[in-house]
Design a binder for this molecule. Structure first.
Ligand SMILES: [Zn+2]
Length: 445
């Protein structure tokens, strides 16, 4: 029998319930929880057992983020994501940032679309034991169509090999890309169901037809891969739900027909509102996000989204928690747990429900996800010691000093704090001015 670790917990949140238990003992063997029992009923200690006492810390499963783009590099623009660095550099940087995510208490991460094989390489390097890092559900390029998200450059640029999108404008190309990604070893496939085009009445136009998304999902599922999608508009959400997409990101303009279709298909919703909230709160007046009207538009989207997502919660649509980390307003390791605060404040979940969503609910998206995200016999021993009680105030999970210890497979991980200077690499937008200096503008200054 291998050496066991015994963990004494004054307060334990298992990730499978909405309350905490008191005075529990965890027995870990081979990186897996063997027993989770009241301390009074714990199996006797054996010679060779090591004992950890969580003291006053709140013990809970490692958190899971359904939406972190490991290779976006805290991007300030689409060009920043796609142009200024090589795929090789992005993979190395992605590994560095994956460790920042882990240090924040996130032991599981879903990457919903990335460039090339970067997140696959980061996942494999961690799984092979080369580096410490979170468990990763990897993906490859976002399957895009004309005017969807990730087809953000002009038509004459398209999607060169090194960018995060992959234009697939025919049914044959879409299926071939699904098969290519499956062969490359992705865990999930991202499809950009809508993006930038609207009808005159302001509704979003889906970028793929029902027939196209259904064919991609059927083929991905046949090959054992999950499908996640970006969909704001009701048309995109409806098509995605009818096709059986596993996770619909955003779904802000979904209507009752969408909700019904999601309940029938079991599609989960990942609001991923942290990105929008941070953008509207942090974008300063001098930034293009303000001048272009992007911030104002997102403010309006948030107001609709709050109502839509509350209706989804009441109807019983399953939620997962994602932050869209990887942008300048959502840097890695900083804001992941803000989505938990949003689930409580904006969508109406109790703290216990939101924590359950952000642990076992979201970890279920990873490969062998039913062995992750919870403190229960048979699950991997990924857990946190938290200073404070997140059931009283979920916001404490955003504080670095509250994440007192992170354990993976029953062992405490130590991530060295290391500064990263983006100005030392070609990780820069070429934007130099945000105004056009006509004589009139100069005179007005
Ligand atoms: Zn995203």
């Amino acid at each position: 029998m291998s050496a066991r670790t015994i963990v004494r917990c004054a307060r334990l949140f298992t990730g499978l319930e909405e309350q905490a238990r008191s005075n529990q003992t965890l027995v870990i063997e081979g990186g897996v929880f063997r027993h989770v029992v009241p301390t009074a009923e714990a199996p006797p200690q054996q010679p060779g057992d090591s004992v950890m006492d969580a003291g006053a810390h709140f013990v809970m499963p490692g958190l899971a983020d359904a939406h972190t783009h490991l290779v976006f590099g805290n991007a300030r623009s689409e060009e920043d994501i796609d142009f200024w660095t090589t795929p090789e550099f992005r993979a190395l940087r992605g590994l560095f940032f994956a460790q920042r995510v882990l240090a924040a208490g996130y032991t599981s991460v879903v990457v919903p679309g990335d460039a090339g094989n970067c997140s696959i390489a980061v996942r494999d390097a961690i799984n092979a034991g080369l580096f410490t890092g979170p468990r990763i559900a990897a993906s490859s390029n976002v399957i895009a169509n004309r005017h969807s998200l990730n087809d953000w450059f002009p038509e004459h640029v398209g999607t060169p090999d090194y960018v995060s999108g992959r234009l697939c404008t025919t049914r044959e190309a879409q299926l071939a890309e699904v098969r290519r990604q499956a062969k490359a070893g992705v865990d999930c496939i991202k499809v950009a169901m809508d993006g930038t085009h609207f009808r005159e009445d302001g509704t979003h136009i889906a970028a793929f037809t029902q027939d196209e998304i259904s064919a991609m999902v059927d083929e991905a599922h046949r090959l054992g891969k999950k499908v996640v999608t970006h969909a704001y508009g009701k048309e995109a959400v409806l098509y995605a739900a009818r096709a059986g997409v596993d996770v619909i990101n955003h779904a802000f303009f979904a209507d009752d027909a969408c909700i019904e279709a999601m309940l029938r298909s079991g599609s989960k919703v990942s609001p991923t509102l942290t990105f929008l909230r941070n953008n509207v709160e942090f974008s300063a007046d001098h930034e293009p996000s303000v001048g272009s009207g992007y911030k104002a538009a997102q403010l309006r989207v948030i107001e609709v989204a709050k109502k839509t997502l509350r209706r989804m919660r009441e109807a019983g649509v399953p939620f997962v928690a994602g932050s869209d980390s990887g942008f300048a307003v959502t840097p890695y390791g900083e804001w992941h747990a803000r989505e938990i605060e949003i689930l409580v404040d904006w969508i109406g979940f109790t703290p216990g429900e939101a924590l359950r969503i952000a642990t076992s609910g979201t970890a279920a998206l990873l490969p062998r996800g039913n062995t992750l995200g919870a403190i229960a016999p048979g699950r991997r021993a990924d857990f946190l010691f938290v200073a404070g009680d997140p059931l009283q105030d979920v916001r404490i999970l955003q504080r670095k000093d509250a994440i007192a210890a992170v354990h993976l497979d029953g062992r405490a991980v130590r991530i060295e704090e290391r500064a990263y200077d983006p100005y030392k690499v070609t990780h820069l937008s070429s934007l130099k001015w945000t105004e056009v200096y006509t004589r009139e503008r100069v005179a007005a200054k």
